[in-house]
Design a protein. Structure first.
Length: 293
């Protein structure tokens, strides 16, 4: 058995380094954006000229969701100028290309506590990710390690006591608002959900039928019975893969809800019967995301 050997990495300060400078970092991340840790992103542009505001280091885009990341690189510790610049570039790009979802990203060697305190004041309003990078020498090799120290604030799950839509009602209310047959479709959907969690129950609210688990709100899907169909909403991030699966199944879709990240499908009794496997698969994906939240 070969004896394993340990080599202690040596941290290299990039600020002021003659060889491993900002251009070196930019070249590295432009060639392989997966180093950043935000997925397999595509380089859209680098040193992108901003009107009266300098140059954006990197513009990256998620090929699945089409989300764009405005990336500012800083050697050394974070400072006020780079915070402002990062937000300014993000603001310029989102106004120029409002058809995309945008996120500001600041990558620095040292993310200071002061920076985190300041940014926390508006995080949630401005989608901002802070990533700390470390250049390490391991023997004859140099590597760059990126660690997300502040992710953008996710919108919280809507609790019953926070949501005006969640005023409790009952099944009779929905049978009058819609029809008995479309409310019964909610029962059919619940049967699909029971294939992976038999403890789930329907929870009747004023504007939708949600779910509960162990007497607590557990919404990862929402059901809205109408006169002839059941609107079925799944809390999942939009992706090309899911779009293609839904389209291939021939299910009728409503516009994706970007604000709350919901796929919206319009189901009939036939749809639930013939596409039960796909609906269960999509529901399980949403369930797993809810469980890990």
């Amino acid at each position: 058995m070969t004896e394993s050997k340990y080599t202690k990495p040596e941290r290299i300060s990039l600020k002021g380094h003659a060889e491993y400078n900002e251009k070196w970092v930019q070249d590295l991340l432009a060639e392989d954006s997966s180093i950043i840790g935000l997925g397999d992103l595509v380089l859209r542009d680098r040193e992108r000229i901003q009107p009266r505001a300098g140059r954006l280091d990197l513009l990256l885009q998620d090929p699945d969701t089409q989300r764009r990341y405005e990336v500012e690189i800083q050697l050394g510790a974070t400072d006020e100028a780079h915070i402002i610049r990062t937000i300014e570039y993000w603001d310029i790009e989102r106004k120029r290309y409002p058809q995309y979802d945008h996120c500001a990203v600041l990558i620095a060697e040292d993310i200071t506590s002061r920076f985190l305190n300041v940014v926390s004041l508006f995080n949630g309003t401005i989608p901002l990710i802070a990533i700390q990078m470390q250049a390490l020498r391991v023997g004859p090799l140099i590597t760059l390690v990126c660690t997300t120290v502040m992710d953008e604030m996710a919108r919280g799950l809507v609790d019953e006591d926070e949501d005006a839509e969640a005023t409790p009602t009952d099944r009779t209310y929905w049978e009058k608002k819609a029809t008995r047959s479309t409310v019964a479709l909610a029962d059919d959907v619940l049967k699909l959900l029971h294939s992976f969690d038999g403890t789930l129950k329907l929870r009747y609210n004023k504007f939708y039928i949600g779910l509960e688990k162990d007497a607590r709100v557990y919404n990862f899907v929402q059901l809205r019975p109408r006169k002839n169909v059941l609107n079925f909403e799944l809390k999942l991030p939009q992706s090309v893969e899911l779009d293609e699966k839904i389209e291939k199944a021939g299910l009728e879709t409503l516009e994706y809800n970007k604000r709350w990240s919901y796929y919206r499908l319009r189901l009939t009794q036939k749809d639930i019967a013939t596409q039960s496997q796909l609906l269960t698969e999509l529901s399980k994906l949403a369930y797993d995301r809810r469980a890990s939240a």
